[in-house]
Design a protein around this ligand. Structure first.
Ligand code: NAD
Length: 259
């Protein structure tokens, strides 16, 4: 009889993970999932008090979580300091970054202001880059790591009234590939998840409206996704199961991008 040792390639027990924009929505869902699978977390948000309830919930369930204040538009020095604080709270190592913080301004193109553009691109692209760069420095100096950028299907195809958002997420997707190319030699993998329409507290009401229902008819599976339906891609990219993947963009969208 042959004996086989089964190691789980998706095992993330003890992994040191930083999640940005963790106070609500998908970020909070990612935190619950990663903690439930044994990762050690630092949750980041602009207002650290907003993280207290989630931190307590994770700890009460037997998980490990701490928090840091991080505004991804605060500039490179502040971001670097927050990522350093997170790394220290994780015992001096950072294995995975879930680069999730993001904003969207919905307006017709001719009504957009310079401020709308700056706020969106400064958060979704510049902020995401600076956090990824700060994390990559720590990962490259250690044993490598995995950066998981939360992009969007609207970085792959477009809909109306979201020009800065679509542009910023397309930029994030190209940034994922360009950073993946350069950082491979340092043992840092950079991949992205491009979620389609996922139900969160923020958008649930909208998808009950006529406009929302019209959008859902463009999804091949004809429904919204649940946040938990991103967990497969998340656990893949956060774990060694994706050890030969870098620069990849995984659309998790019920077939929206099929046209
Ligand atoms: P959300 O608005 O509930 O969450 C966004 C999070 O980012 C919040 O915690 C917010 O506080 C944080 N954030 C915003 N600006 C920040 C800043 N300057 N510094 C730090 N944190 C900041 O939205 P969500 O739906 O949970 O979105 C999470 C990510 O997923 C975003 O990047 C979004 O673009 C992406 N996404 C969401 C969907 C969806 O259908 N929900 C689809 C595709 C992509």
């Amino acid at each position: 009889m042959t004996t086989t040792t089964t190691t789980n390639p998706f095992d993330i027990t003890g992994r040191a993970i930083l999640i940005t924009g963790a106070s609500q929505g998908l970020g909070a869902s990612f935190a619950r999932t990663l903690a439930a699978h044994g990762a050690r977390l630092v949750l980041a948000a602009r207002q650290v008090e907003k993280l207290a309830a989630l931190e307590a919930e994770i700890t009460a369930a037997g998980g490990e979580a701490a928090s840091v204040a991080l505004d991804v538009t605060a500039g490179s020095a502040a971001i670097d300091a927050a990522v350093e604080e997170a790394t220290q709270k994780l015992g001096g190592r950072l294995d995975v970054l879930v680069n999730n913080a993001g904003v969207a301004v919905s307006k017709p193109v001719l009504q957009l202001t310079e401020d709308d553009w700056d706020r969106t691109v400064d958060t979704n692209l510049k902020g995401a880059f600076l956090v990824a760069q700060a994390a990559a420095k720590r990962m490259a100096a250690g044993t490598g790591g995995s950066i998981v950028n939360i992009a969007s299907v609207l970085g792959l195809s477009v809909i109306g009234n979201l020009v800065p958002y679509c542009a910023s997420k397309a930029g994030m997707i190209h940034m994922t590939k360009a950073m993946g190319l350069e950082l491979a030699k340092s043992g840092v993998r950079v991949n992205a998840i491009a979620p389609g329409y996922i139900e969160t507290d923020i958008n649930a009401d909208f998808f009950e409206t006529e406009g929302g229902k019209r959008l859902l008819r463009k999804v091949a599976q004809r429904r919204l996704g649940a946040a938990s339906e991103l967990d497969g891609a998340l656990l893949l990219l956060a774990s060694d199961a994706s050890s030969f993947m870098t620069g990849a963009v995984l659309a998790v969208d019920g077939g929206f991008t099929l046209g």
